[in-house]
Design a protein around this ligand. Structure first.
Ligand SMILES: Cc1cc2nc3c(=O)[nH]c(=O)nc-3n(C[C@H](O)[C@H](O)[C@H](O)COP(=O)(O)OP(=O)(O)OC[C@H]3O[C@@H](n4cnc5c(N)ncnc54)[C@H](O)[C@@H]3O)c2cc1C
Length: 473
């Protein structure tokens, strides 16, 4: 590799790179150097050198992971894949090939000019690698599975530095492992080939309700999550609870999305939207036909804060319990916001429904690291995100958020609404993601890692997050 591809401390590019992480926790780390490959061949050379020299390293695609050391490192080598951000659509438009650091906004801009979409996040600042490898939850309908299930071909650089084509026929155990098994355990992914499906412009409805309506709202939301999303495969929804400065109170946003209807000629409201329209008292009620690029920019969040996220999952049979979770979150938000000298604080609670059908689809392909049984659905992923400015509050943030999530789990167990799955992309490092998988899924991942990395070099040398095995030594 040419020397200009490696940046050492005190150079301008090195200092710029340290600030190129989403959270303050990640920015605090100082690698020995940043190395910036352009392609899989260069990644392979780097991998061989690092493994031969027993050198610790970490890999960064977008640097959006929130916690310290997730894609940063102190003292070791940081492989920064930011140059590998190409986006190529195949001739017939049915799939897109992207580099690990391709940004979703740029991908959406291309997709929006066609009649195809693929699975992607609601915040279009994100890049592909970490999002997909951590399973990837999308606002796009339930007819395929998670975002990882929609990638049908990967290019992977293994611990030995081999460049592998990985799909359902070639290296199929590895194919399953990286679909949801996280980064940093199996190899560096240098290309993702994403399937797309045909769709006219998406139909969106954005509703905003005062939090005082949460009990009624949760009856409608739980019914939609349990029944409607089970058969309406072209729709999806997510819900976010926040404090609105504008309204001076807590509010609950409901977003409804339907793909696949011709929005220019179809004037009927999709079935999932009707019950929400019957609820009086919405503070906002907007319907639009729009492309993903425009819509997703509204979910951008500022970089440079301290942040953490926590996740759990619950059943949908008890709307009152869902309303109670929202009200407990308000109490948490008030408590943390009002701590003396607190600055820049913001928190948000999100519900992402997961239908039985979605899980059944991930099972059907039999190539997914998680292998969640369809019987776990329908459920709701409960995702807590917190933002603050001062490291003096780190411990109290962790303690209070943990208490909040533990309380959800405890109550859910008592009322038979506990699902137990943790969504890796929103998990806190103290949460036992792997312990919640079935032993069979875990053993399968272990066998795959041993097959592709018999010396367990990646286990020993790659820092990073949610490695499926403890770092030995
Ligand atoms: C504001 C915000 C909104 C979000 N919204 C969503 C959402 O809607 N849905 C959702 O599912 N998630 C969401 N997330 C979570 C996000 O998907 C994860 O934080 C993800 O890990 C970020 O991806 P990244 O490419 O920036 O990863 P990085 O931080 O660069 O890396 C994450 C991990 O993956 C490893 N890694 C990086 N690149 C590679 C590679 N090419 N090959 C192998 N391993 C690699 C790293 O070593 C590290 O361990 C959101 C996060 C934020 C901050």
């Amino acid at each position: 590799m040419a020397p200009e591809h490696v940046d050492y401390p005190n150079s301008t590019r090195y200092e710029q790179s340290s600030n190129n992480y989403f959270t303050q926790q990640q920015r605090g780390f100082r690698p020995a150097c940043y190395v910036r490959p352009h392609n899989a061949t260069e990644v392979s050379v780097i991998m061989k050198i690092l493994v031969q020299n027993n050198a610790t390293f970490n890999v960064k695609s977008g640097g959006f992971s929130r916690f310290a050391g997730a894609s940063s490192i102190n003292g070791g080598v940081l492989i920064d894949l930011s140059r590998m951000n190409s986006i190529k659509t195949v001739m017939d438009g049915s799939s897109t090939m992207v580099g690990p650091a391709a940004r979703y906004y740029d991908i959406y801009r291309i997709w929006d000019d066609t009649e195809y979409v693929g699975f992607a996040p609601k915040n279009s600042d994100l890049t592909v690698a970490g999002y997909v490898l951590g399973c990837g939850f999308s606002f796009i309908p339930h007819n395929a599975g998670f975002a990882c299930d929609d990638v049908f071909n990967f290019e992977v650089v293994s611990a030995k530095g081999e460049i592998l084509r990985v799909n359902r026929r070639e290296h199929k155990e590895l194919f399953s492992a990286i679909r949801g098994g996280g980064g940093s355990s199996f190899g560096i992914i240098t290309r993702f080939h994403i399937a797309r499906f045909s769709c006219k412009k998406a139909w969106w409805q954005h509703l905003l309700f005062p939090a005082s309506m949460n009990e009624d709202l949760m009856k409608v939301y739980a019914h939609m999550a349990k029944k409607v999303l089970g058969y309406d495969l072209t729709s999806h929804s997510f819900l976010m609870s926040t404090y609105s400065e504008f309204h001076g109170d807590y509010v609950t946003e409901v977003h409804l999305v339907t793909e696949g209807i011709d929005t220019e000629h179809h004037h009927h409201m999709p079935a999932l939207a009707k019950p929400f329209q019957l609820l009086p008292g919405a503070l906002r009620n907007i319907t639009e036909a729009n492309g993903e690029a425009n819509f997703t920019t509204t979910f951008s969040e500022p970089a440079g804060f301290r942040r953490s996220a926590w996740s759990t999952s619950v059943g949908v049979d008890r709307p009152k319990f869902l309303a109670e979770i929202l009200s407990n979150w308000q109490a948490l938000d008030k408590k943390l916001k009002n701590l003396p000298n607190q600055k820049g604080f913001r928190s948000e609670l999100e519900f992402q429904p997961v239908s039985e059908r979605l899980l059944w689809n991930t099972q059907r392909s039999r190539h997914n690291a998680l292998r969640l049984p369809a019987s776990m659905g329908p459920m709701i992923f409960v995702l807590l995100s917190v933002q603050w400015a001062d490291s003096a509050f780190d411990d109290i943030m962790d303690a209070e958020c943990k208490r909040f999530i533990d309380q959800i789990d405890e109550t859910a167990k008592i009322i038979d609404q506990y699902c137990g799955f943790i969504h890796m992309n929103y998990a806190h490092p103290s949460q036992d993601f792997w312990g919640r998988l079935s032993p069979k899924s875990y053993d399968r991942l272990m066998a795959t890692a041993k097959k592709y990395d018999p010396d367990r070099a990646l286990n020993r040398l790659w820092r990073g997050y949610f490695k499926f095995d403890e770092i030995e030594g």
